[in-house]
Design a protein around this ligand. Structure first.
Ligand code: PLP
Length: 443
C-alpha cells in the first residue's frame, strides 16, 4: 500500500473520498450517498452545492481574492459587517472577521479584556465560563472550554476558566429540578463571581444552547435574563458563543434571540459561510467598542486572512440565501417535526435517555438505564458505535460525548436547514436502524 501523508482524525481509520455534495447529500467516489444529518460539524446550514454561492465566490475571485486588512478594506467585508449588525439583536454591532470559531471566541476574549484596559481597569482579565462548554481548540479558547476530553492533554498550559455550573436539567449538577430550583444554576454564576472577585473578571462566555460539550442542552426558561442581570450588576461583559447556534440554526437568526437578551459580544462561525469558505466573526456592541475608539483606536488581534474579501462575499451570499428562503422559520417547523419523530422513535428504544434541542440543533443522549440515568462505561464506546453504524448506512451524525467529566454518550442531529419532510423521514429511519443494532448488541 502507498504510504499516507495526510493526518486524519483517527489514523488507523479509513475514510471515503468525497466527490461532490448536493442539498442534504454527500457522495463518495463509489457513488454512495450519505444523508448529512449533522451538516458536517453543524456547518453546512444551506446544504451542499448551492449554485448562487458558487457564482458569488467566482465573481469575487475574478475581482480580487485577497487583500491584507492593514492595507485595504473591501466592499464585501464592509457590507457583511453592516448586514450582521442589522441582523443582530438590538443592532449597533461592529464586526471583526477571522477564520474559525476558535479565533472568534478568542478574539472576543481579547476585545473584552482590552475594553477594560482602555478604561484603566487592568485587573479585569479573566473570562469565566461553564463547566460543560466548548469554545474552541486554540489555547485561549480551550482555556475557556469545559470539555474534559479536549482539554486533558494541555491542562498544564491552560487557564482554569470553566467555573460555573451548566444549565443541564437532565442531570442537574446541583441535584435540583426546574422550575422549583428557581434557576440555581444561574445563581452559581454569582457565587463564582463573589469567590473570584468581579475586579478580576472581564467577561463570561456561554453558548446559548450547549453543543459539542453535552449535546443541544437548552437552559431553563428565564436563565439568560438572570445571567445578564447578574453580569450587569457586577460590571462583567457577556460573550454569546453563537458559533454553533448562529445563522438560523435554532429557529431564530441568533440563539440568544429566544431569550430576548442582547449580548455585549458574539462569536460566529460555522453557519456564517455554511462551510463554503473558512469564515468567522466577532461582533462587538457599540458601547464595548467606545473606550477603544476613544483610546488606543486599534484592536490587538487579527490574522493574515482576517476580513478576506472572497470569504466575505461568500458569507454575504449565504446570509442572503438564508433570508430569502426563510431558513430560520424552516428550522423552526422542520425542527419541531424532527423532534417529534425522534421522540416517537425513542419510546421503543431503552438506551435512549433524552431527546432535546431547539430548531434543527437536536441531540439524543444514551443511557444504560433509563430509570437512574446510569451512563455506559466509556470503554463501551456507544457513541462511536452508533455513529459508525449510521455511517455505513449512509447517515452522518455528530458526537457530543465525553462532556460529563469525560464520560457520557450523546449524538447531535443537525441537518441542513433546507431538509424536506421526506428526507427527515429517511433520516429517522436510518438512525433508528443504527441505534437498534447497537442496542441489540448490548443485550
Ligand atoms: N464554539 C462553539 C460553540 C463550537 O461549537 C465550536 C466548534 O465546534 C467552536 C467554538 C470552535 O469553532 P472552530 O472549530 O471553527 O474553531
Amino acid at each position: 500500500m502507498e504510504r499516507e501523508h495526510l493526518i486524519k482524525p483517527v489514523l488507523d481509520h479509513s475514510y471515503p473520498t468525497v466527490q461532490y455534495g448536493k442539498g442534504v447529500f454527500l457522495y463518495d467516489e463509489q457513488g454512495k450517498a450519505y444523508l448529512d444529518a449533522s451538516s458536517g460539524a453543524v456547518t453546512a446550514g444551506i446544504g451542499h452545492g448551492v449554485q448562487e454561492i458558487i457564482d458569488a465566490m467566482m465573481e469575487q475571485a475574478g475581482k480580487v481574492s485577497f487583500v491584507y486588512r492593514s492595507q485595504f478594506t473591501s466592499e464585501p467585508a464592509e457590507k457583511l459587517a453592516k448586514k450582521l449588525s442589522d441582523m443582530a439583536p438590538g443592532g449597533d454591532y461592529w464586526a471583526f472577521f477571522v477564520n474559525s470559531g476558535s479565533e472568534a471566541t478568542e478574539t472576543a476574549m481579547k476585545i473584552a479584556i482590552q475594553h477594560w484596559q482602555e478604561k484603566g481597569r487592568f485587573g479585569k482579565n479573566m473570562v469565566i465560563s461553564r463547566r460543560m462548554s466548548y469554545h474552541g481548540i486554540t489555547m485561549g479558547a480551550l482555556s475557556m472550554s469545559g470539555h474534559v476530553l479536549r482539554r486533558r492533554r494541555f491542562i498544564p498550559l491552560l487557564e482554569d476558566y470553566p467555573v460555573v455550573a451548566p444549565p443541564y436539567c437532565y442531570r442537574c449538577p446541583l441535584q435540583m429540578t426546574a422550575p422549583s430550583c428557581k434557576l440555581a444554576c444561574a445563581d452559581d454564576l454569582e457565587t463564582a463571581i463573589k469567590r473570584i472577585g468581579a475586579e478580576h473578571i472581564a467577561a463570561f462566555i456561554a453558548e446559548p444552547i450547549v453543543g459539542a460539550a453535552g449535546g443541544a442542552i437548552v437552559p431553563p426558561e428565564g436563565y439568560y435574563k438572570k445571567i445578564k442581570e447578574i453580569l450587569y450588576r457586577y460590571e462583567i461583559l457577556f460573550i454569546a458563543d453563537e458559533v454553533m447556534t448562529g445563522i438560523a440554526r435554532t429557529g431564530t437568526m441568533f440563539g440568544m434571540q429566544h431569550d430576548g437578551v442582547e449580548p455585549d459580544l458574539m462569536a460566529l462561525g460555522k453557519g456564517l459561510s455554511a462551510g463554503y469558505t473558512p469564515m468567522a466573526a466577532t461582533l462587538v456592541k457599540d458601547n464595548v467598542m467606545a473606550p477603544i475608539l476613544q483610546g488606543s483606536k486599534s484592536i490587538m488581534a487579527g490574522h493574515t486572512y482576517s476580513a478576506n474579501p472572497q470569504s466575505a462575499a461568500v458569507s454575504l451570499a449565504v446570509l442572503g440565501y438564508v433570508e430569502r428562503h426563510q431558513l430560520a422559520e424552516a428550522a423552526q417547523s422542520m425542527g419541531a417535526y424532527l423532534l417529534t419523530k425522534l421522540r416517537e422513535m425513542a419510546e421503543g428504544i431503552e438506551i435512549i435517555g433524552d431527546v432535546r434541542g431547539k430548531g434543527l440543533l437536536l441531540a439524543i443522549e444514551f443511557v444504560r438505564n433509563r430509570d437512574d440515568k446510569a451512563m455506559f462505561p466509556p470503554g463501551e464506546g456507544i457513541t462511536v458505535r452508533i455513529i459508525d453504524k449510521a455511517f455505513h448506512k449512509g447517515l452522518l451524525v455528530y458526537p457530543a460525548s465525553g462532556a460529563v467529566d469525560g464520560a457520557g454518550d450523546a449524538i447531535i442531529v443537525a441537518p441542513p436547514l433546507v431538509i424536506t419532510e421526506a428526507e427527515v423521514d429517511q433520516l429517522v429511519q436510518l438512525l433508528e436502524e443504527a441505534i437498534r443494532e447497537v442496542a441489540d448488541e448490548l443485550t
